[in-house]
Design a protein around this ligand. Structure first.
Ligand SMILES: [Zn+2]
Length: 136
């Protein structure tokens, strides 16, 4: 977790520079003791995990975040955007749903699975008649 924190902190530093901070203007953020930007959540139930109360706020376009989503996608057996709910317990990814879909779209295994489902068995006679038509 410590190593991950360091990675995420540097991703935040890179993306939430002066310019990037503008994308945070709609969020209430604060820096914790480790220098990590967190989202102030309205849920302030003492029973909740601290991470859940103040999830790490993450930029959508960073390789580290992409890796994080990929990892979660694999852990949950190639789940779709439903992993957003799981991730939200610890992380708040800006434009989360869109970011997750774009990462999942690049998953080779999911792509392969999709192509498999789309494959329609073509009988040889049908493909032969197609050939004939196209050659006319
Ligand atoms: Zn996948």
């Amino acid at each position: 977790m410590e190593a991950q924190k360091t990675l995420l902190r540097s991703a935040q530093k890179e993306c939430f520079n002066e310019e990037g901070r503008k994308s945070l203007k709609n969020f209430q953020v604060f820096t914790d003791n480790d220098g990590i930007l967190r989202l102030k959540s309205r849920i302030a139930n003492e029973d909740e995990l601290p991470e859940f109360i103040a999830p790490l706020i993450l930029p959508p376009k960073h390789l580290v975040i992409k890796r994080l989503i990929e990892q979660e996608h694999l852990v949950h057996k190639h789940a779709g955007t439903s992993i957003l709910t799981i991730l939200r317990e610890r992380f708040w990814i800006i434009k989360g749903r869109r970011t997750i879909s774009s990462v999942i779209r690049d998953c080779i295994i999911c792509k392969r699975q999709k192509t498999k489902n789309l494959e329609v068995p073509i009988s040889t006679s049908a493909s032969r008649s197609n050939q004939t038509i196209s050659s006319i």
